[in-house]
Design a binder for this molecule. Structure first.
Ligand SMILES: Cc1cc2nc3c(=O)[nH]c(=O)nc-3n(C[C@H](O)[C@H](O)[C@H](O)COP(=O)(O)OP(=O)(O)OC[C@H]3O[C@@H](n4cnc5c(N)ncnc54)[C@H](O)[C@@H]3O)c2cc1C
Length: 422
């Protein structure tokens, strides 16, 4: 997928005549129909109907990562987490099922793999992540057919492959997970996954074990997860942090071996490898990322620091202390749209405040959560968490609280997917 030359980005002209454009129908182009992109498209049509909105997304159905772990547990079917784009079409969004192959920020154009070129006044890019194939020796696309990552669900095949492997493994087998260092998509996601696999094993293969090899020394909601594991799955889960040789550096996909930094080889029955990540390929090829592999953005508008007129939302950017979550993608996409609408009218961007709630399922009727509220600092150079604004579920034996949080999680999933697609 060759991109337009980086030089074209650097030669970007000053913004188009904003007020003039706003009076006609300004063209908002959005790349990626996931949490950031679908939210932006829907929000733009609902709140700024004078915007002409086109969404570019290759897939005709979007399978969410959220609740994918419940498919592994057998608590959801893949069809229950699959969404179409007819709702956005009904709102007046032009949905183009194709890949964006290159961005020319200088000419304000996007080239599609199918050959079409689309012009824009403002571009929102929310293409998600790329897996860094080869960052773990032996882990490439072919290896993922034996050791699924199930971290970019695509059409759901990776999640279903992992589920099938769990069904086929013998009782008494070991499920191994390789978990990356920060930053990566959904910080609590691997630990919810451990919980949901344990929930399945407890019911169907109770002599089995889970070995979680982690490149980190600590993780999101750690105390709450570990309390839940001790209560629900005693003796089933071993979590090995990086400083106790938990960092996986090499895999043998066919032999189902996970090898750690100090050369320890773990042969497992099923391996789920969550590899290191970067912004999706289109963001890298368009020159929107820096050495970190992620896209630097203005914290008030999510406009790229490297390409005027291009706003990068969702997991592909560097969001400061905010996690790479669907909730944050949703929240920042709305601010990006509002900022674009303001800019096209010749106005300043609205005041920015971002929200996150990450629910995790630990067991049946057992949910936990972490909440954060974030704002740009006074200088507008970085994002900071608002002191005393968020919080985490309380620890302790609180079955009613856990039951309610599992219900709140279900309501969150229902409402955010409606916000995106309905
Ligand atoms: C197991 C798991 C559980 C999770 N649970 C939660 C949760 O409970 N709560 C939560 O808030 N978050 C959760 N997340 C995180 C959440 O899925 C991501 O943060 C969110 O999807 C990011 O949104 P995005 O728009 O950046 O990317 P995505 O939602 O992945 O969307 C990106 C879209 O861009 C498209 N695309 C990519 N390249 C191109 C291109 N060149 N041209 C056109 N289209 C392109 C892709 O096809 C894709 O549809 C979870 C993640 C995982 C892996």
């Amino acid at each position: 997928m060759p991109a337009f030359p980086r030089r074209a980005l650097l030669a970007a002209p000053l913004a188009a005549p904003a007020v003039l454009r706003a009076q006609t129908q300004a063209r908002l182009l959005i790349i990626g129909g996931g949490f950031g992109g679908a939210t932006a498209a829907s929000f733009a049509r609902r709140h700024h109907p004078w915007l002409d909105v086109t969404l570019i997304e290759p897939k005709t159905r979007f399978v969410t990562c959220p609740y994918g772990n419940l498919v592994l547990a057998g608590a959801r079917q893949i069809g229950q987490i699959t969404h179409g784009y007819d709702g956005l079409r009904a709102r007046g969004v032009r949905v183009v099922h194709d890949w964006a192959a290159g961005i020319d920020a200088g000419q304000r154009q996007v080239r599609l793999a199918g050959g079409e070129t689309l012009a824009y006044d403002r571009l929102i890019l929310s293409p998600g992540i790329a897996l860094r194939w080869g960052a773990l020796e032996g882990y490439d696309e072919a290896a993922a057919e034996h050791m699924p990552h199930a971290w970019v669900p695509g059409d759901g095949a990776q999640t279903l492959l992992l589920r099938r492997q769990l069904e086929e493994m013998p009782d008494g087998g070991v499920v191994g997970l390789a978990i990356p260092a920060n930053p990566f998509r959904c910080p609590p996601g691997p630990y919810e996954r451990i919980s949901m696999i344990a929930s399945y094993l407890k019911r169907h293969k109770p002599r089995s074990k889970i070995l979680a090899l982690d490149a980190k020394e600590a993780f999101s909601k750690q105390g709450l997860f570990q309390d839940g594991w001790a209560a629900l799955y005693p003796g089933m889960i071993e979590w090995v942090p990086g400083n106790r040789d938990g960092r996986v550096t090499r895999v043998d996909a066919r032999g189902r071996v996970l090898e750690t930094e100090f050369g320890t080889q773990h042969r497992v029955a099923v391996a789920n490898v969550i590899p290191p990540q970067s912004a999706a390929r289109i963001a890298i090829e368009a020159g929107l990322t820096d050495n970190s592999g992620w896209a630097p953005v203005n914290p008030r508008t999510f406009e790229s620091r490297l390409a005027p007129g291009v706003h990068v939302v969702g997991d592909a950017n560097i969001p400061g202390p905010m996690p790479k979550s669907g909730y944050v993608a949703n929240s920042t996409a709305k601010q990006a749209v509002a900022s674009i609408a303001a800019a096209l009218r010749g106005e300043a961007p609205p005041e920015a405040v971002y929200f996150n709630t990450c629910y995790s399922h630990v067991g049946e009727d057992y949910g936990i959560s972490i909440v954060g509220v974030f704002r740009p600092n006074a200088e507008g150079t970085a994002i900071a968490e608002v002191p005393n604004s968020g919080g985490i579920s309380p620890r302790g034996n609180l079955p009613e609280q856990r039951r309610l949080e599992a219900l709140h999680a279900d309501a969150w999933y229902e409402s955010i997917t409606r916000d995106m697609f309905a």
